[in-house]
Design a protein around this ligand. Structure first.
Ligand SMILES: Cc1cc2nc3c(=O)[nH]c(=O)nc-3n(C[C@H](O)[C@H](O)[C@H](O)COP(=O)(O)OP(=O)(O)OC[C@H]3O[C@@H](n4cnc5c(N)ncnc54)[C@H](O)[C@@H]3O)c2cc1C
Length: 646
């Protein structure tokens, strides 16, 4: 029985909150922060420290919302007094790994400010050291500072942290500083000076996801901490779940509203096939990922035969500790196994082939039993215990079921097919924003977008990723937004624009009540699979735009909305449709194929020709698409620009 049949038979369950559609609340802030994830909380704290009135708008519950809400086990890329690796070198490895398609500007800000940010995290109550001496004497522990490190025990730029304490501490600090937190409010649109596209951002609108009330925010400066787009190619309406890696609240609302207001984006054409986004595989994350959380776990086959780890040169690493030490001549290791210079050890890369030949027998197992005790405890106790998606379903439940890492093996497919986050799936099962670096907002060195007064941080930025980056850029953007707000007057809200936004928010209530929002999302994904999938050409992309437009005009008004929650879900899918259009326009603008962007144009098959190694920026100017190019290294020179602007 599907949901509609259920409702027909048993009737609707009564909505438990008072419904106040159309009632308005008007709120004023010096700095308005949209999104209460890692970047948003840090931005709010940073702005509130300057004594300004800060309002934070969050669709979920700030105390645990967002990608970093339930945990974080690794805090990456952090120069500090205990290492000689510099911020320039760290950005260097990211540039190498991405062949230049890296937001070096925001990564550099993050690397420069990450250590201070981490120490402030501790002052607020986040646990960043081994104060209980659980890992005394371990090779990944610094005995003086009690910091724990991951992946590279020599250079020590990646910290192991108890990130499940972070969001709670950030939330508490926001409250202590007097930040007005509005939970369960979806930011729905930006308000601009005179209601004009491309003009200064002077506020925003919102919808209460439980009561349906409408919010009008007036602000001197606005920070976007709304993360990125998801569910563009894949969406499962069935029991497997939503098939997205980041939380379900994250769909690209921030991208869509910024696009409508005229903000500039880049890299939206990037996509990758991934099991994370696929609706056709069993929840692929299983018991955690093999590229971060489980490193450097010993793996064995069904007969107990150990699978070797090798360094970047294919040298077999005999001890567990060697798996976390740089290869001969290697300065330091990044967090990933791509590239060569900073490549981390991995399991033998031809494992799949050797399984096929019968050298190893399936299933494979993670075998913590024979590992040094501190390695066993740090993987099972700290990493699996602190990583957001594994803390409850794996660490807590398996412990309760009696799993003992000193005795039991854990069956695993995570190491098969190389990088498990990009394991082989159908080519059309693609992701844009679920994992890795994704398309997003372009900013200057103040992290201000092309729209005056409108700042961005964290995963909302193009080619952004990671917790340390969201924290440090959020902290920086909050500071910059506060500086801007201090010297800027409020601008009047354009009431006609408010009326337009209000109409957009409530229009679904007039819908014809025939479809579920999930069905609309699934249809939008099918369009992307068919016309903007693994292979693209001009004709297909034109068909994609036509089909998306038809879906918007004919089917979007058919979605059933019978409570404020469903109204929010419906608006989310409308935003997904907008993000899909952005992806198609970006795909039309790049007339060359690109390996690193996962981008194949059959009509322009040459891979990464030099003249196309550039950023293509897109913005929507009153419905017409404007593009311009920037060189990949437009941020140059890093150090000087940072020091001039910080
Ligand atoms: C399971 C998991 C584990 C991870 N582990 C690590 C790790 O160990 N180390 C690491 O470096 N990185 C890790 N990452 C990545 C890292 O967590 C993210 O890059 C980072 O949290 C992004 O922060 P953000 O503030 O930009 O976005 P988020 O923290 O995702 O916050 C976005 C917020 O905006 C809210 N929001 C969205 N739309 C609206 C709207 N319309 N109105 C109001 N609010 C809205 C969301 O509810 C959310 O709270 C992990 C990610 C996941 C999903």
């Amino acid at each position: 029985m599907n949901w509609r049949q259920y409702v027909k038979k048993y009737g609707l369950i009564e909505w438990p909150y008072p419904v106040r559609y159309g009632e308005e609340r008007e709120i004023e802030a010096d700095v308005l922060v949209l999104g209460g994830g890692i970047a948003g909380c840090w931005a709010a704290i940073s702005a509130a420290r300057k004594g300004l009135k800060v309002v934070l708008v969050e669709k979920g519950a700030t105390v645990k919302s967002g990608s970093g809400g339930s945990g974080c086990d690794h805090w990456l890329n952090t120069p500090h007094p205990g290492t000689d690796v510099t911020a320039e070198e760290i950005v260097g490895w990211e540039l190498e790994m991405t062949e230049g398609y890296c937001n070096a500007l925001s990564r550099y800000i993050a690397a420069r400010e990450s250590y201070e940010t981490l120490l402030e995290m501790e002052q607020m109550g986040g646990v960043i050291r081994d104060l209980k001496d659980e890992f005394k004497g371990a090779p990944f522990r610094d005995e003086k500072t009690k910091f724990l490190f991951a992946y590279d025990y020599k250079s020590r730029i990646h910290f192991r942290v108890r990130g499940s304490t972070f969001k709670v501490a950030l939330h508490k600090e926001c409250k202590r500083l007097g930040v007005k937190i509005l939970d369960r409010v979806m930011a729905t649109g930006l308000l601009t000076e005179g209601g004009r596209n491309g003009a200064r951002v002077v506020g925003a609108t919102g919808l209460h996801c439980r009561t349906g009330e409408f919010f009008i925010f007036k602000a001197r400066a606005v920070v976007n901490g709304l993360s990125r787009h998801q569910r563009n190619w894949c969406f499962s309406t069935e029991i497997r779940g939503n098939a997205n890696f980041r939380p379900t609240q994250i769909v690209g609302d921030g991208h869509a509203m910024s696009w409508r207001a005229g903000a500039e984006f880049t890299m939206m054409e990037k996509s990758l096939p991934t099991s994370f986004a696929s609706g056709n595989v069993f929840q692929p994350y299983s018991h955690g990922n093999g590229i971060n959380t489980w490193v450097p776990c010993t793996m064995v086959d069904a007969n107990g035969k150990e699978i070797p780890w090798v360094d970047r040169d294919g040298r077999i690493l005999k001890t567990v500790e060697e798996r976390c030490m740089p290869a001969p001549g290697q300065r330091f290791m990044g967090e990933r196994t791509q590239g060569y210079t900073h490549k981390r050890p991995e399991l033998i890369p031809d494992l799949e082939e050797r399984i096929r030949k019968g050298e190893y027998t399936l299933p494979l197992y993670a075998d913590l039993t024979g590992m040094p005790e501190h390695e066993r405890r740090v993987i099972w106790g700290l990493m699996v215990g602190e990583e957001g998606k594994t803390r409850v379903p794996v660490y807590i439940y398996y412990n309760e079921a009696g799993f003992d890492p000193a005795r039991d093996l854990l069956q695993s497919y995570m190491f098969l097919g190389g990088d498990p986050m990009r394991g082989s799936v159908r080519p059309q099962d693609r992701t844009g924003g679920e994992i890795g670096d994704a398309g997003g907002l372009v900013t200057d060195w103040n992290l201000m977008t092309n729209l005056e007064g409108y700042f961005a941080a964290g995963d909302a930025l193009f080619a952004a990723n990671y917790h340390y980056h969201a924290a440090a850029t959020g902290r920086y953007a909050g500071r910059k937004a506060a500086e801007y707000a201090e010297k800027t007057k409020f601008s009047p809200i354009d009431r006609k624009q408010v009326a337009r936004e209000r109409r957009w928010v409530y229009r679904p209530l007039e819908n014809r009540d025939e479809l579920e929002w999930k069905e609309l999302n699934a249809a939008a994904c099918r369009i992307m699979q068919n016309y903007c999938g693994e292979y693209k050409n001009e004709e297909l992309l034109k068909l994609a735009l036509i089909s998306l437009r038809e879906l918007q005009e004919q089917d979007a008004p058919r979605v059933c909305v019978d409570n404020p929650h469903k109204l929010m879900r419906t608006l989310e899918v409308y935003n997904i449709l907008t993000c899909n259009e952005m992806i198609v326009h970006a795909s039309m603008a790049r007339k060359a194929s690109s390996q690193i962007l996962g981008f194949t144009r059959l009509d322009y098959p040459e891979l990464d020709p030099p003249e196309w190694k550039k950023w293509i920026l897109l913005r929507n100017e009153e419905g017409s698409i404007k593009t311009r190019d920037l060189p990949l290294d437009f941020w140059k020179p890093l150090k000087e620009n940072y020091e001039k602007n910080r």
